[in-house]
Design a protein around this ligand. Structure first.
Ligand code: ADP
Length: 450
């Protein structure tokens, strides 16, 4: 460890190097303070017992009780601060050590002198100091206590106790100071490295959770895109199959009609054959358009014209059974510029928007498709006179799998938004003031980033 907590804050009271701010002690200081408070209460209670159980004269007992009352007052304050998650006088450890030396010295002086039971308070005081402060503060506390005990020796001039007894008491005090400091240092270091590891673990955990959330989102989006593509591919395959099956007999019928038309016919039959031929041509053109739509998508990025995108989407939309309303294209200016993009993908977007508008507007609905060119954007707009989107649903519109339809997939808008974003643009929903929805795909123009 490069950072030794013991080298700092000699006069700063509790070991504050782990503190974020001096007014908010760390958990170690508070736990140590709680132990110290208990030791103090234990000390004063035993003190009262000693002072009052022994056969002292009234004066001495009174004095001892008075000194102990100071101890009780201090301990009460200490308890109150500890309860408030603070350390009382925590920034003045030497002052406290000096006061404790004086307090214990006085108790010993008025009790039994050098052999007083109160001399054990020196040990408790050193233990409390080691628990809360740096080894330097504990060493100074030990020094104060030696001075206090030594002073007693000179003041009392008590020859009943040998110098060996006094020296031994001081040696045990020193030994306790060393042992308790070493132990608390070890505990502090362990607790600090545990805290570091714990913080690391918490950090890693939240990073991991964020990464998992990000990956899950990507996976869900990819899955949604694949589903939509599969849906389009399945539709394409079905359309191609039908077109093929219907196409062959149609060609035969068409040829037969043409053969019959070349014969000598009465007016009525010719008129009916011409009608048949007209209807058959319509069916053939329709099949051609369906075949066009079902061919594999061309994902080539190139310069494309915006108007054919809309026209193709409207053409496909009219073959959907659900077409009940009227889909119209607002007239656009001629000589439209070209844009960079993928034609088939943009057709898919406009088709999605038109189909949604048809669904929303219902029978007799009115759907308008509009192309607006400004200096910086090309806007593809599809609006309808349906009920619009419920306010609660607006934030969910572009989320995958959000649908209010019985057989909906909830992928159309999600995939459409992705496609427009891949073209450097945005897809927005706007509530029309007169009611109904307006979806606007804006693609930057002319410098489209691809
Ligand atoms: P799906 O069409 O499969 O439901 P979409 O992603 O295309 O999936 O649409 C999601 C939902 O957005 C629809 O179910 C519908 O509730 C709402 N929505 C889309 N377009 C319109 C619209 N023009 N008017 C009202 N609601 C719409």
């Amino acid at each position: 460890m490069t950072h030794d907590p013991q080298d700092e804050n000699l006069y700063n009271g509790p070991i504050m190097n782990y503190m974020v701010n001096k007014n908010t002690p760390n958990p170690w200081d508070l736990d140590a303070e709680a132990i110290v408070v208990k030791i103090r209460w234990f000390g004063v209670l035993i003190g009262y017992f000693l002072a009052n159980a022994a056969n002292f004269s009234g004066d001495r007992r009174g004095l001892l009780n008075a000194i102990l009352a100071i101890g009780v007052a201090y301990t009460l304050l200490d308890t109150y601060f500890s309860w408030k998650k603070k350390v009382f006088l925590g920034e003045y450890p030497l002052f406290i050590a000096a006061m404790e030396s004086l307090f214990i010295g006085l108790l010993c002086y008025y009790e039994e002198g050098l052999s007083s039971t109160f001399r054990y308070y020196y040990f408790l005081s050193i233990l409390c100091c080691a628990l809360r402060y740096s080894w330097k503060v504990t060493a100074l506390c030990f020094t104060f206590h030696c001075i206090s005990y030594g002073t007693l020796f000179f003041l009392l001039n008590d020859n009943s106790q040998s110098k060996i007894f006094i020296s031994l008491t001081m040696i045990v005090m020193g030994w306790l100071a060393w042992a308790s400091t070493s132990l608390t240092t070890l505990l502090r270091r362990t607790s600090s490295s545990l805290e570091v590891s714990n913080n690391e673990l918490l950090k890693n955990k939240s990073e991991l959770e964020a990464r998992i959330a990000e990956r899950s989102k990507q996976l869900q989006e990819a899955q949604a895109q694949v589903l939509q593509q599969e849906k389009m591919a399945a539709f394409g395959l079905l359309a191609a199959g039908i077109a093929h099956e219907v196409g062959n007999p149609l060609t035969s019928i068409f040829s037969m009609v043409q053969i019959l038309q070349k014969k000598e016919l009465d007016d009525y039959t010719r008129e009916k054959l011409d009608l048949m031929s007209g209807q058959l041509t319509r069916i053939r053109d329709t099949l051609r358009e369906v075949m066009d739509f079902s061919r594999p998508a061309n994902l080539e990025r190139k310069k494309i014209k915006p108007l054919p995108i809309i026209e193709e989407a409207m053409n496909i939309a009219k073959y959907y059974k659900r077409t009940r309303g009227k889909v119209s294209l607002i007239p656009v200016q001629q000589n439209l510029p070209t844009i960079q993009g993928i034609h088939d993908q943009l057709v898919q977007v406009i088709l999605n928007l038109i189909l949604n508008a048809i669904d929303a507007a219902g029978t007799g609905g009115n759907i308008e498709v509009e192309l607006i060119i400004t200096e910086s954007n090309i806007y593809f707009q599809v609006s309808d006179n349906g009920p619009g989107v419920a306010p609660d649903d607006v934030p969910k519109l572009f989320q995958p799998f959000f649908t209010t339809k019985k057989h909906g997939t909830g992928l159309g808008l999600f995939v459409s938004q992705k496609i427009i974003e891949e073209h450097g643009g945005t897809l927005q929903y706007l509530q029309k003031p007169e009611g109904g929805s307006l979806f606007r795909a804006a693609i930057p123009f002319p410098n489209l980033p691809l």
